[in-house]
Design a binder for this molecule. Structure first.
Ligand code: NAD
Ligand code: GLY
Length: 361
C-alpha cells in the first residue's frame, strides 16, 4: 500500500492506494470514528462493492443509500435522500458518511456530510480513475442546479481517501481513458518529468498494468495534495488544476452533455490551451505536439467536432467560473510542465485556435 498525505494541519488526511484495500479494513478503518456509518453508492457500483464495504464495517451501526446512476442525479433531491437516511440511522455528530463510487457519488455524499449537523466526517472510496486522481482529493463537494453544473457546494475535506485500485477492473474502458486525461493534466501543468514517464509508460497504462496504474495514481494524488495543501480554497494556484477545463466545459455543453465524457473534453481542451499558448509565443509549439501525441496514444480524442461553431464555444467559455466580471481567464502554458492564469487574451486568438482545432471532412 502507498499512502499520500494531504497536509492541512488538524484536518490533514491520508490517501491510501493499493489493490484489495476494501478487503483490508484494518489499514483504513481508523478513519471512521463514532458508531454510525452511512454508505452512499449508486445502482452500478453497489452490486459490485457494497457488500465488501459493509463487511468492513462490522461492529458499527451502518446503513446504505443506493442512488440512481448518472450526473443528472447529482441533485438536491438526492442529497435530501442521504440526509433522511442519516436521520433514519439516528446519526449523531460523530457519524461518518462513506462515499463509494465515482465523482458524482463523492461530490454528492461529501456535500450531504458537509450539511448534516453542519458537518460530519466522511471517507471517500473512489471507484473511477477520475475520482481516484481528482475528485476524491481536495474537499470540493456539491451538486448541480438546472442553471449549471456544480453551482452549489461546500469545501469539506474527507477524513481519508481509500483507493482500492482493483475496483478499476470493472470500470468501462472509455471511463478509464477519460480518467487518464486528468492524469496527463498533472504532468502537463506541473511536472514535466511525470509527463515523460507517462509517455514512456503509455502502453503499460493502456494495458492497465497494476504497477504503472498505481504509480500514475500515486503521482497524481501527490501532485494534487500539494496544490490543495498550499491553496485549499482556490485563491490562486489551485485554479491551475482547471487546465483545459474552460475549453473542455464549453465543448462538453455545446456538443450536448453525454456526447463527451468530462475527461475526453478536458483532453481536447488541454490541447487547445497548449496550441493557444504557442500561438501567443508563450510556449514552444513542439510541446503542444508532444501533448497531442500522448493523448492520441492513450486513445483520447484530440479534435473539436466539425459541427461545433467557434463563436458558440467562445460564448460558452465566458460562463466559466474563473471569469472575473465577465472577463475570461485561461490557464496557459509557459512550457510543458509549467502553467499560469492568463487574462486579456484576444477573442480572435481563441476563435482561431478553436477553428483550427476542428476535425475536417
Ligand atoms: P461518475 O461518478 O458518473 O462515474 C462514471 C461511471 O462509472 C458511472 O456510470 C458509474 O456508475 C460507473 N462506475 C464507477 N465506478 C465503477 C467501477 N469501479 N466499475 C464499473 N463502473 C463504475 O463519473 P466520474 O467521472 O467518476 O466523476 C464525474 C463527476 O466528478 C462530475 O460530477 C464532476 O463534476 C465531478 N468532479 C468533481 C471534482 C472535485 O474536485 N470535487 C473534480 C472533478 C470532477
Ligand atoms: N478539480 C479541481 C479541483 O479540485 O480544484
Amino acid at each position: 500500500m502507498t499512502t499520500v498525505d494531504v497536509a492541512l494541519g488538524a484536518r490533514s488526511y491520508p490517501i491510501h492506494i493499493g489493490p484489495g484495500l476494501l478487503d483490508e479494513p484494518s489499514r483504513w478503518r481508523d478513519a471512521i470514528g463514532g458508531h454510525h456509518v452511512l454508505v452512499v453508492s449508486n445502482a452500478t457500483v453497489a452490486p459490485l462493492y457494497l457488500a465488501r464495504i459493509e463487511a468492513a464495517l462490522g461492529g458499527l451501526q451502518h446503513a446504505s443509500v443506493v442512488l440512481p446512476d448518472g450526473e443528472q442525479h447529482k441533485t438536491f433531491d438526492h442529497v435530501a435522500r442521504v440526509l433522511d437516511a442519516l436521520a433514519g440511522l439516528g446519526a449523531s455528530r460523530d457519524a461518518t458518511v462513506v462515499a463509494l463510487g465515482g465523482g458524482v457519488i463523492g461530490d454528492l455524499a461529501g456535500f450531504a456530510a458537509a450539511c448534516w449537523m453542519r458537518g460530519i466526517a466522511f471517507v471517500q472510496v473512489p471507484t473511477t480513475l477520475l475520482a481516484m486522481v481528482d475528485s476524491s482529493v481536495g474537499g470540493k463537494t456539491g451538486v448541480n442546479l438546472p442553471a449549471g453544473k456544480n453551482l452549489v457546494g461546500a469545501f469539506h475535506q474527507p477524513r481519508a481517501v481509500v483507493i482500492d485500485t482493483a475496483t478499476l477492473d470493472t470500470l468501462p474502458p472509455r471511463e478509464y481513458l477519460a480518467g487518464l486525461a486528468e492524469v496527463v493534466k498533472y504532468g502537463a501543468i506541473g511536472d514535466a518529468a511525470f509527463f515523460t514517464w507517462l509517455e514512456d509508460h503509455a502502453g503499460a497504462l493502456l494495458a492497465r498494468e497494476p504497477a504503472a496504474v498505481i504509480r500514475a495514481i500515486a503521482e497524481s494524488c501527490r501532485y494534487k495534495a500539494g496544490v490543495v495543501a498550499r491553496d485549499e480554497r482556490e485563491d490562486g494556484e489551485r485554479a491551475l488544476l482547471n487546465f483545459g477545463h474552460t475549453f473542455g466545459h464549453a465543448i462538453e455543453s455545446e456538443a450536448g452533455y453525454g456526447t463527451f465524457l468530462h475527461g475526453e473534453a478536458v483532453g481536447i481542451g488541454m490541447l487547445l490551451a497548449a496550441r493557444l499558448s504557442a500561438d501567443l509565443d508563450r510556449a514552444p509549439a513542439a510541446d503542444a505536439d508532444r501533448l497531442e501525441r500522448l493523448l492520441e496514444r492513450l486513445g483520447l480524442p484530440t479534435h473539436v467536432p466539425a459541427d461545433l461553431d467557434a463563436e458558440a464555444l467562445l460564448a460558452r467559455m465566458r460562463l466559466d467560473k474563473k471569469a472575473v466580471s465577465g472577463h475570461l481567464r485561461l490557464i496557459l502554458w509557459r512550457a510543458l510542465g509549467a502553467a499560469d492564469i492568463v487574462g486579456g487574451v484576444a477573442d480572435e486568438a481563441i476563435l482561431d485556435v478553436l477553428r483550427r482545432g476542428r476535425t475536417t471532412g
